[in-house]
Design a protein around this ligand. Structure first.
Ligand code: BGC
Length: 970
């Protein structure tokens, strides 16, 4: 063969190969298999777990035409296509989200391996990789373990002046595994928080398991696969158990003099307990079970001498008991554990507020007798959420020493978590760590805003010759600065490393634009979300509060779902929220609801119960969550109907209202009417999703009635309102209570208000928690997008840019929680308590994603997508260059959606990506359809793009999946 021929043949082969791979790539690939929103989850108790996958293809217009799901009891069977649990067969369906298992009934402990085959638009099939889930303990008699405790002889602590911080307990047991192990599983729960060990290895990396529930009603158990850890012969299992939310200090109990004995601890019981069950399946088919019972040993003499979520941890390394989680450890000095119920009862008085008897009465603190003795939570369920985990480490950026012997480590970022301390020194040396979000002007740590949260950890050195390393287990703090005292020698930069903790909800968004302040703001929003998504959506991570405030949650939930995959996280919290329903039918100010503070609920807080499930359904096409909440929501709407007067809301007795508004209050009755209407509308949508036609019609009629009553009472003929605040306008417009023909006029009034209120040093915005979230979305929707963007880019007080310029690395509770000229004291309402990590004002992120970048869902789950970027007009902002490019993406449950736009030389360029199997309506700002090109070609030549209509100054197109580049003359 000549060299030429060889070369030609090689090229030919290469072309064939390329065509082959191109075809393979173009076909649809099923990837990212998840079950109940998690990757290979263990221990589910859903009888029909839901399966989700994503389909991918670089080719435009790719769709899943059909799919087949196979589920088998082993991987080997599945590989042979022997799906002994379920074979759906080929189903004509484009659904890839939340497909419910429909095979043989699943039993406790069952291992289920699954895969999915998809057929693309041309009928080409493709199998996924194999994924799995396992079932948990489905019947209550599957549990043979009992809750165990230590013998608790301490009296109920009643002194508010001193802290009662008991040691975390160690528990251990040894057992023999007789034969070769095929599978071993641990199921565990605690009243308190726990960490488990087997033969010296920690089980999992989650912290604060099993999570916060109302233990009077329910607890969660967790499942661990310990197959590789159990050995033939002697084995040991060990557990740390601390107070956690069950019996430790929580919320503002201590500062508000409420809860058990008015000290805010022992909320659910006096003595923590643990229940664990290890099930071993041997290779020969026989089984063995090791359970927590009276044969276990317990100790309080270990190193963790104090362990409290709010107060901190004290770790005396001299008391470590090496090898206690390994077999052969001498535990003869340990006491015997006891069955938790054998601690008997412990009488105490529980104090909390009670609502006044009638409207207008004040809520007052009342006490009633309770028994703090062990009570088994009536329900035990598999943990459905996302574990709290360490997700990132942060090195300090500076170390200062404001006074002798005090060292402050600046981690450069406010966050929630703990630190890793590395020290070397003499045995018995005490290193104290205090945490703060800010520094005083003299460089000292600012801790005033922590209120009664001591937020202090101690480490007492063992005295090793090398470095000693300590990471607290049962506490967390909200902080940027760590103050160290007692440090032997000079502080080394690696003495402190920040460890970021939060519910490990995968981050799903990206945002960047031409204004650097907005980019920092976006990061601040993400950090604040991470700092507050710690098992539940909390208001703040630092002070003695950290409660699941419902009002904050409802204004923020849409932003939350843009920024992270919060489906599992909300699945968990919505159970707590539903369970917190008040006897009247309303929902409280925070969930879980450990104790009542002042009035038990508030307008716009209670409505989280309707708004959050609606948002989760919309983001993840999750009708099951709606179905599960539904009966409670119906009761809630009944309560709303009975308390309303002629379809108008009332003041129920609580004055949060538009919380933290700036001297521009909105009457509660007015806000109540709006939320009543909003609830009715969302209920109608959800009724429809559930196929409840009659309910849908009823709730629509209810909405119409409220809207009519609202119009009559509050709307004047020219579009103005009888309530004059900015919030009054933006809420009414947001919830669609202004008649269509007056929308524009009402919007103009709102915009004029904002414009008029602006001065040389004030942005003019007066909205609080409720009014801020809809402000920019509403302005953009009524033709005032330039004003919305201008305001978004403002650096004047109050604004997002202002906060960033004051040095914020998170979103603050108040715009002026700190100011460079006034320090800490200037904040509205809350002064020195003010939090530096409150996410409510971060809800602006919703507008950044849905409006400015223009990524939104059209119906549930981003199956149909709206791409509608909203660039401001060039030159529309006298103070600075209006944003002229945005790059954003959102990893929806159907895949990544991209919207990148740029205004340049009078042209508008939009690059967008729509995930396979989805379609989008794309709104391109353009004078005419003729001015638009896609990848250089005129619209009528563009593939997979269809011109729909002109709508104002936009060309409206329908596009199929794939990547596109539109240019236009706006
Ligand atoms: C919390 C809030 C909450 C508010 C209710 C505050 O203490 O931190 O975020 O919504 O109380 O008024």
């Amino acid at each position: 063969m000549t060299r030429n021929r060889v070369f030609r043949q090689l090229v030919l082969a290469l072309i064939v190969l390329l065509m082959f791979t191109a075809a393979a790539l173009a076909a649809l690939r099923p990837v990212a298999l998840r079950c109940e929103y998690r990757v290979n989850p263990l221990g589910l108790d859903e009888p029909r777990p839901r399966l989700t996958w994503r389909v991918e293809s670089p080719e435009r217009g790719q769709r899943q035409m059909a799919c087949q799901i196979q589920v088998a009891t082993s991987e080997a069977l599945l590989r042979k296509s022997r799906a002994d649990l379920w074979d759906s067969g080929r189903v004509m369906s484009d659904k890839t989200v939340n497909v419910a298992y429909a095979g043989k009934p699943l039993t406790s402990r069952e291992a289920c391996y699954w895969r999915v085959q998809v057929w693309d638009k041309d009928g080409k099939p493709n199998w996924s990789e194999i994924a799995f889930w396992t079932m948990g303990l489905l019947a209550s008699n599957d549990w043979r373990a009992e809750y165990i405790s230590f013998r608790d002889t301490t009296p109920v602590h009643k002194d508010a002046q001193t802290l009662f911080l008991p040691a975390a307990r160690q528990y251990r047991d040894e057992f023999s595994a007789a034969r070769k192990v095929k599978r071993a599983t641990v199921y565990a729960t605690a009243l308190g928080v726990y960490e488990l060990y087997l033969n010296g290895e920690r089980l999992g990396d989650a912290v604060f398991a099993p999570g916060w529930t109302d233990y009077h009603q329910r607890a969660y158990y967790w499942t661990y696969d310990v197959t590789p850890l159990v050995r033939k012969g002697r084995n040991a299992i060990g557990a740390w158990v601390a107070d956690g939310w069950y019996s430790g200090y929580i919320g503002f109990g201590l500062v508000a003099h409420i809860g058990t004995e008015r000290i805010g601890r022992y909320t659910y019981g006096k003595t923590p307990a643990i229940m664990a069950q290890l099930e071993i399946e041997y290779a020969d088919g026989s089984r063995e079970t090791v359970v927590t019972d009276g044969s276990w040993k317990a100790s309080d003499a270990g190193p963790i001498q104090e362990a409290d979520l709010l107060m901190g941890e004290t770790y005396d390394a001299r008391k470590e008991q090496p090898g206690w989680t390994k077999p052969g450890f001498d535990d003869s000095g340990w006491e015997s554990a006891i069955l938790a119920r054998n601690n008997g009862s412990a009488a105490a008085t529980f104090y909390e507020f009670q609502n006044g008897a009638k409207l207008g009465d004040r809520a007052e603190i009342k006490g009633h007798l309770i028994d703090l003795g062990f009570k088994r939570p009536p329900k035990l369920e598999a943990f459905p959420g996302m574990p709290v985990r360490p997700t990132q480490e942060i090195a300090p950026i500076a170390i200062t020493s404001p006074t002798n012997g005090v060292h402050i480590f600046d981690l450069g970022q406010n966050f929630a978590g703990v630190v890793r301390l590395k020290v070397k020194g003499r045995a018995g040396t005490v290193v104290q760590m205090r945490y703060g979000e800010m520094l005083h002007p003299d460089g000292q740590l600012m801790t005033e805003n922590l209120r009664k949260a001591r937020a202090t950890d101690h480490y007492i050195l063992r005295g090793d010759s090398g470095d000693e390393v300590y990471v607290p287990r049962f506490t967390y703090h909200g902080f940027r600065y760590v103050e160290l005292t007692g440090l032997p020698g000079k502080p080394r930069p690696d003495a402190i490393t920040g460890i970021v903790l939060h519910s490990d909800t995968p981050l799903t968004s990206g945002f960047e634009c031409s204004d650097p302040i907005a980019n920092r703001l976006f990061q601040n929003v993400l950090w604040t979300q991470r700092a507050n998504f710690v098992d539940l959506p909390t208001d703040c991570p630092q002070r003695d509060e950290r409660l699941g405030w419902t009002g904050d949650a409802q204004v923020y939930v849409r932003t939350a779902a843009y920024n992270a995959d919060v489906a599992a996280f909300y699945t968990k919290w919505l159970r707590e929220l539903m369970e917190s329903q008040r006897p009247s039918g309303t929902f409280p100010g925070y969930a879980p609801f450990p104790f009542q503070y002042r009035w038990d609920f508030g307008t716009a807080w209670c409505d989280a119960a309707v708004i959050c499930p609606w948002e989760i359904w919309q983001a993840y096409d999750d009708t099951r969550i709606v179905e599960r909440c539904w009966p409670r929501l119906v009761q809630f709407l009944e309560w709303r109907k009975t308390t309303s007067r002629n379809f108008l809301g009332i003041n129920h007795g609580n004055d949060w209202g538009d919380w933290l508004n700036l001297n521009d209050p909105t009457s509660i009755e007015y806000i109540d009417t709006i939320y009543f209407a909003y609830d009715a509308r969302l209920m109608a949508d959800m009724a429809r999703a559930l196929g409840r036609g009659k309910d849908e019609a009823d709730y629509r009629a209810l909405f119409d009635n409220i809207k009519a009553a609202f119009k009559q009472k509050y709307v004047k003929s020219e579009g103005s309102l009888t309530k004059d605040s900015q919030t009054a306008y933006d809420l009414a417009l947001f919830v669609d209570l202004i008649p269509t023909e007056l929308r524009k006029a009402a919007g103009k009034i709102l915009a004029d208000k904002l414009r008029k209120a602006e001065t040389s040093d004030n942005s003019g915005m007066t909205t609080g928690f409720l009014g801020t979230r809809p402000l920019l979305p509403v302005l953009s929707s009524v033709g005032e997008n330039d004003l919305a963007v201008k305001h978004f880019q403002s650096r004047k007080y109050p604004s997002w840019g202002y906060e960033v310029e004051q040095g914020a690395t998170t979103i603050w509770e108040c715009w002026n929680s700190y100011t460079k000229d006034k320090g800490f004291g200037g904040a509205q309402h809350v002064q020195m308590d003010s939090s530096f990590a409150h996410y409510a004002f971060g809800a602006v992120c919703e507008w950044m994603m849905s409006t400015l970048a223009g990524i939104a869902t059209d119906g549930p789950g981003y199956k149909r997508i709206i791409i509608r970027p909203s660039p401001p007009s060039p030159g529309s902002n006298p103070d600075r260059e209006p944003i002229n490019w945005v790059k954003a993406h959102y990893d929806s449950i159907h895949g990544r959606i991209v919207s990148n736009w740029r205004l340049k030389d009078g042209r508008f360029v939009l690059e967008t990506t729509i995930p396979a199997n989805s379609t989008a309506t794309v709104y391109v700002p353009a004078k005419s359809a003729e001015s638009v090109t896609e990848s250089g070609a005129p619209l009528d030549k563009a593939k997979n793009v269809k011109f729909l209509r002109m709508e104002g100054d936009r060309v409206v197109l329908v596009v199929e999946s794939g990547s596109y580049r539109f240019t236009a003359q706006p």
